[in-house]
Design a protein. Structure first.
Length: 200
């Protein structure tokens, strides 16, 4: 009797886990669906690297008292104080600094011996912002990164719990049907991966 009750308790716990993970996952899937719809129906007609972005280019003075790398970095951080340094590269052509935060990407290029730097400020439009959210990328600094990373990690965990508990519950109700459905879905997924990734 104790074994039967224990099994019932486990199944009840699995149903609760399945329901809770589905509720958490629903928020992330809703965001994914909404941003996907924005991408599908509001993508700009001009395709290319700058599609969906408002781009502003100008030249700015750099502090002469600093070495070129420090000068370029100081200028970049003054123009985008809340952004995080994504790239800092110095070579024979000069120094290039890239800063990024959600909603603003900035690059500063300072040629060797130049007193002014080339600045490019890119602000995403609606479609570009949806693309960043949809792809879960380019969130690399500050509280926005922490919150977005937490949402992405929680969504991934919820998806794993939802799938695992769903397979166990389905197996408990209909073992043979679960084998066929799970086996067929797995075969389809492996075939798709083989076709898309491995075939030329």
């Amino acid at each position: 009797m104790a074994g039967v009750l224990n099994r019932k308790d486990v199944m009840r716990w699995l149903r609760d886990l399945h329901r809770w993970s589905a509720q958490l996952l629903a928020a992330a899937l809703l965001l994914y669906a909404v941003t996907g719809a924005v991408l599908a129906y509001q993508v700009p007609t001009a395709w290319g690297e700058e599609a969906g972005w408002e781009v502003e280019r100008f030249r700015a003075d750099v502090p002469n008292a600093l070495d070129p790398e420090a000068a370029a970095l100081a200028l970049a951080t003054s123009l985008a104080p809340r952004a995080r340094v994504d790239k800092l590269q110095t070579d024979q052509a000069g120094t290039r600094v890239e800063l990024r935060r959600p909603g603003r990407h900035l690059s500063v290029t300072l040629a060797v011996g130049a007193e002014q730097a080339d600045v490019e400020l890119r602000v995403p439009g609606l479609a570009a912002r949806a693309g960043e959210l949809h792809g879960q990328r380019k969130y690399r600094g500050g509280p926005a990164f922490v919150l977005w990373a937490a949402l992405a990690d929680a969504s991934a965990l919820a998806l794993l719990l939802f799938a695992t508990s769903g397979v166990v519950l389905a197996w408990h109700s209909h073992p043979a049907r679960t084998v066929w459905v799970f086996g067929g879905a797995s075969a389809f997924t492996l075939a798709a991966i083989f076709h898309l990734w491995l075939l030329p």
